[in-house]
Design a protein around this ligand. Structure first.
Ligand code: PRP
Ligand code: URA
Length: 209
């Protein structure tokens, strides 16, 4: 799938190992997820357009560049996507943040929407949807459907760990969406958890069960 970008920088792989570790507590888990999100933001923003800019240094005039083009929007899928927001904002502090609340019904495994709050100019922004886990892909597809219905034109999806099933599901419905991931795992178990994965991302971030 040409739109899938595996970000396997050694720093990301190293930190992801300890995110996966069942002995990593919530405090360290949150810190590591934030750090990996920041590294991923660096790659996700690699192709942002630049425009010419002239700046006076203390000794001369420099003909240089600044980022131009659309403004950014970061869209966490609640709850677990919240864990990636601050890392992204460390690189793009001017981005606005819109929230899409979805939970996976444990029986049907289908996403259920419970809260949405988006920037008013969402259609004019380049949107980065964040969620640590791409399992069946149902939540990501639903979030992207919602954003497109609100007029969004440019959407990227950033997840820590994806199952092949989730990648295929998003690519099938939204083939133009670039998907950035830190790892592709083996498969889903009978409860649609990613194997080996990291367990329940929301519970590990927030210390719930
Ligand atoms: C998790 C995860 C994704 C979703 C992935 O959220 O954060 O949003 O599951 O699964 P899918 O690809 O099969 O849709 P969950 O529903 O557990 O909610 P939470 O973030 O509130 O814990
Ligand atoms: N949601 C999670 O938090 N973990 C998984 O493995 C799958 C869905």
């Amino acid at each position: 799938m040409k739109n899938v970008h595996l970000l396997d920088h050694p720093m990301i792989q190293h930190k992801l190992t300890f995110i996966r570790d069942k002995n990593t507590g919530s405090k360290e888990f949150r810190e590591l997820v934030e750090e990996v999100a920041m590294f991923m933001a660096y790659e996700v923003t690699r192709n942002l357009p630049l425009e010419d800019y002239v700046v006076e240094t203390p000794v001369a005039t420099a003909n240089t560049k600044v980022i131009s083009g659309k403004k950014l929007g970061i869209i966490p899928i609640l709850r677990a996507g919240l864990g990636m927001v601050n890392g992204m904002l460390r690189l793009v502090p001017a981005a606005k943040v819109g929230h899409i609340g979805l939970y996976r019904d444990p029986t049907t495994l289908l996403p259920v929407e419970y809260y949405v709050k988006l920037p008013t100019d969402v259609a004019e922004r380049e949107l980065i949807v964040v969620d640590p886990m791409l399992a069946t892909g149902g939540s990501a597809v639903a979030a992207i459907n919602y954003l497109k219905a609100k007029g969004a034109q440019t959407i990227k999806l950033v997840c820590l760990i994806a199952a092949p099933e989730g990648l295929r599901a998003v690519h099938k419905v939204h083939p133009e969406v670039d998907i950035f991931i830190a790892a592709i795992d083996s498969h889903l178990n009978e409860h649609a958890y990613i194997i080996p994965g990291l367990g329940d991302a929301g519970d590990r971030l927030f210390g719930t069960k």
